[in-house]
Design a protein around this ligand. Structure first.
Ligand SMILES: CC(=O)N[C@@H]([C@@H](O)[C@H](O)[C@H](O)CO)[C@@H](O)CC(=O)C(=O)O
Length: 303
């Protein structure tokens, strides 16, 4: 059931420059019990995976898999890096600890310039975890790699037999629509990652979502998914508009991973810690304004 994919927490936490591993147990319980989120995407953008050492990424992956056992449905580990050996090492590690899936971004210092170069890179990573479902993590705003996913999908299963789908973090809904149109047999999943326009992506056929806001607005977004599936589009729109109202407000203040961590902290009450340089923590002014805005939002039916 694709809808079970639901929404995913993406998270990595630091305290005094070290990873705060014990807090993950508490966070798993929070996501499951308070946000109705049972699928997580670890060491991605929100989790600052690319700012962590290989050792730290392995520790985090292990902790999420361990703490998620019997509580979470899926744990996908992002294993992308700027160089192939590290991606391969992380892929082998994810397979060894029993991850439910692995995902890889396009390398973004020396960038692939066409589909064949990108697929060749992804293939070499996927081969290291031959039993683990593989996702391409498409996030051109951060990688600068704009190779269209529609193109990438052509013949992908022959090159990467474990190919399972795409985490699609781009606003190009034409590309997403073409992917879904080509995916006639429904063999691939498309997990959308621009939270402020998830409803548009669902209408086009996205199967679920992975994003930062689901760490603190997961419950509301799951209600939006339910309304969409019912279908009660008016209700689904209300949820999307309200999420958008918050995001639009904070984006104007300056919103990124550091600010997301601050919001996650004040909503959950769980200390997410500061981000790692070059990111710097949210200002107290941002936190006060963001909190006041979120508190002022009246969700449909009091939810
Ligand atoms: C660039 C970025 O951080 N995008 C976020 C979104 O959830 C984003 O924060 C949200 O749509 C607000 O703009 C996600 O796609 C990232 C994500 O899922 C991850 O942590 O891997």
């Amino acid at each position: 059931n694709n809808c079970e994919w639901g929404l995913n927490g993406c998270f990595g936490s630091f305290y005094c420059r070290k990873i705060n591993l014990p807090v993950i147990r508490q966070y798993v319980d929070y996501l499951v019990n308070e946000q109705n989120v049972k699928n997580v995407f670890v060491n991605g953008t929100t989790g600052e995976g690319l700012s962590l050492s290989i050792q730290e990424r392995k520790q985090l992956a292990e902790e999420w898999v361990c703490q998620g056992k019997d509580k979470l449905d899926h744990v996908i580990i992002h294993v992308g890096a700027l160089n192939l050996p590290e991606c391969q090492e992380l892929a082998r590690h994810a397979a060894a600890i029993g991850a439910g899936g692995i995902a890889v971004i396009a390398p973004f210092f020396f960038k692939p310039t066409n589909k064949d170069e990108l697929v060749a890179f992804l293939q070499k990573v996927a081969l290291e975890a031959p039993e683990v479902p593989f996702y391409y993590y498409h996030i051109p705003p951060l990688t600068g790699v704009k190779i269209r996913v529609e193109e990438l999908l052509d013949g992908i299963k022959a090159q990467i037999p474990t190919f399972q789908g795409v985490k699609f973090s781009d606003t190009d809904l034409l590309d997403l629509a073409q992917c879904i149109n080509k995916n006639e047999t429904g063999e691939f999943e498309f997990l959308y990652g621009v939270d402020e326009q998830l409803l548009g992506a669902l209408a086009i056929g996205a199967n679920g979502a992975v994003g930062s806001t689901y760490n603190y607005l997961g419950r509301q977004t799951n209600l939006m998914l339910q309304a969409f599936a019912k279908p009660d589009f008016a209700l689904a729109q209300q949820y999307q508009f309200l999420t958008g109202e918050f995001l639009s407000f904070v984006i104007k203040l300056g919103f990124g991973v550091a600010q997301t961590k601050a919001v996650m902290t004040f909503v959950s009450g769980i200390p997410m810690g500061p981000p790692r340089l070059p990111l710097v923590g949210a200002s107290s002014e941002f936190i006060a304004k963001a909190k006041a805005k979120l508190d002022s939002i009246v969700w449909p039916n009091g939810n």
